[in-house]
Structure formats: structure tokens, C-alpha cells
Design a protein around this ligand. Sequence first.
Ligand code: UFG
Length: 339
Amino acid sequence: MRALLAGGAGYVGAHTAVALLEAGHEVVLLDDLSNASAAVAERIGRITGKDVSLVSGDATDEGAIAAVFDEHGPFDAIVHLAAFKAVGESTQKPLDYYDNNLNTTFALLRVGMARGIRSFLFSSTGTVYSDPADLPFTEESKTSVDLSNAYSKSKRMNEVVLEDVARVNPDLDVTVLRYFNPVGAHPSGLIGEDPKGVPNNLMPYVQRVAIGELDRVGVFGTDYDTPDGTGLRDYIHVVDLAEGHVAALEKGEPGYTVYNLGTGEPVSVLQLIASFEKAIGRELPKDLLERRAGDVTATYCDPSKAERELGWKAKLTIDDASRDAWKWQSQNPQGFAGV
Ligand code: UFG
């Protein structure tokens, strides 16, 4: 099949492009490059031995999307990964987050449906689940738009829109993938996560401490009700996550379907740091700090629906993710800026 990946030059997008190409599909990337680099296309080409078109453009702009269909279509599927995703920033700039994260969906759906796409795959988040009593979260667990930040709310709002659109377009496959915490990099070390500025997320922060760009890892909260007192998350290797997209697209069944993409294994902050220290063969300087505002104690999923229905299961471990993230970071100390 031929897929348009909106936000395809980003962290998850680039790995998804590789996985689709390696499974024999064709991809075109559309990205405004606000949080990604054009160098990604050449790197994807090097990994897969295939040419990749990257169009620089805004996925809120129906004209720009239509132009991609004119030049590179037809497409069987749209994979929508084009979103603002910084949780903290979203609390300061809610209008920007709602505007971008909803208008991309509206524009991609309008153009895609007019041009006859069969599948629309949407990147959502495990943070839409609202009741910790439901852990591990299944797709039936309670969700809410009453969440702590505009990023997560915008993702849940998108799901509501997509469910309604699917209802009146019964031939369309609308699939929502709720990601847990993506980490790691492609094992080639050629593509990986490259956040601008000081990273907010744990793994990229640890990576920057390991290359000496940041001084110390801060552990946010050691008094949680967990085995070692630090927060628990479901860290999924980005290559596994990318393969989840391939499995969902290949199933392509009409209707609205939601899948959790995670490992199902809760891992603590200290365990993740220890895994990274093992990968680099040395200890990292750490500070045990207060809890970070807005963090939950634990979030992890039950991924069994994806295994049952898609035949997909996460195979890689956090040690694999640490090894691969380190390979990417050490080979590309300035990320794509150094390419
Ligand atoms: N943490 C630290 N130190 C840091 C950064 C994080 O101790 O420097 C801790 C956090 O307190 C938390 C854990 O590491 O316990 C994971 O934090 P991240 O910031 O890496 O990830 P979050 O679980 O907060 O959220 C992330 C993304 C969201 C996404 C969510 C679930 O930021 O975009 O995963 O998909 F929605």
C-alpha cells in the first residue's frame, strides 16, 4: 500500500516510515519541519535502500495536502503523526495546541476522504486514560477530556471526532493507536529522538547527560507508592511501536478501532536509568528531587487486544532501547543538527 505520513519526519514518523518500507509498502512524508529535520529522509533511504519523498508543508493546510496528493498520490492510507507534543508547553499555549492538533486532523480527513483513502491511522496517547484504579489500562478503561494538560486533551478530542467520522463513513478504517512511552532508536543509530532544547522526557534527558551536554539526571519524586518510590511507565521501543503501525494498517478493517501500543511492563525511573547505565558501562550523576507537577504515579497498559487482533506484540526490552538510544546519541551528538 501507499501511505502519506503527516509528521513523517518526526521521531515516531521516521521509524514508522522505515517499518512500512521494510514491509514492502510505499511512503511519502509531509512535515512542516517545526520539530524535525529534512536530513531524516536521506537517513531513512540509507537504512532501507529506498528513495523517500519528504514534502515540507503544513498539515493544517488543505491546499498543501491536496498538492501532495496531486504530485505523489494516490494514497491508500494517511498516518497522522503531525502534532505538537510537549505536555508542559501545552499548558502555557493551549490555543496553539488545540488549533494545530485538531486542524491537522480536519484537513487530513477532508482531503483524504475526498481522494478516496481507505485507512486513517491516528497517533494518540495512553494519557487519555483517567482512572488509575483501572491499571493496567485496557482500551475499555475510562477516558476523559478532563485531563491535566491541553496536549492530552487535544488527543482525546481527536478521538471523539474520529469516532463520529467513522460512524458515518462505514467503509473507512479509522484506527487510533494509544502510545505509551516511546524510547530508543533505530538499531543502525541513523535515526533517533532529537528534541529541541533541554529534553522534557526521561530517556532523551539521560542521553544528553551521558554525552556530557547536561550535568546530572534529576529523578522527579522518590516517595511514590511503588517498589522503589519512583514513577512507573510503560516504555516501548520505538521500533516495536513503528511495527504496530504496520500491523494496524495491514489489517485495515473498516470501522473505528482503538489499540494500546505498549509492553504491559511497568518500569520505574530508577530502573530505566540503571538500564541506560548498563548500556554505557558507567554510572551517571543523579539528583533525587521533588515530584514534578502533573505526574501520575503509574501508567501502563494491557496490550493484549493488539496481540489478539493484529498479531502484534512488543518484542524489544528497555535494555535494547538503552543500547539503541546510546548508539544514536553517541554517533550523532548534535542530533540531526550535526548531519
Ligand atoms: N522523569 C524524571 N526525570 C526527568 C524526566 C522525567 O524523573 O528528567 C520521570 C517522570 O517524573 C516520570 C517518568 O520519568 O515518572 C517519565 O517521564 P517522561 O517525561 O519521560 O514521560 P511522561 O510519562 O511524563 O509523558 C510522556 C510524554 C507524553 C506522552 C506520555 C504517554 O511526555 O507526550 O509519555 O505517551 F503523552
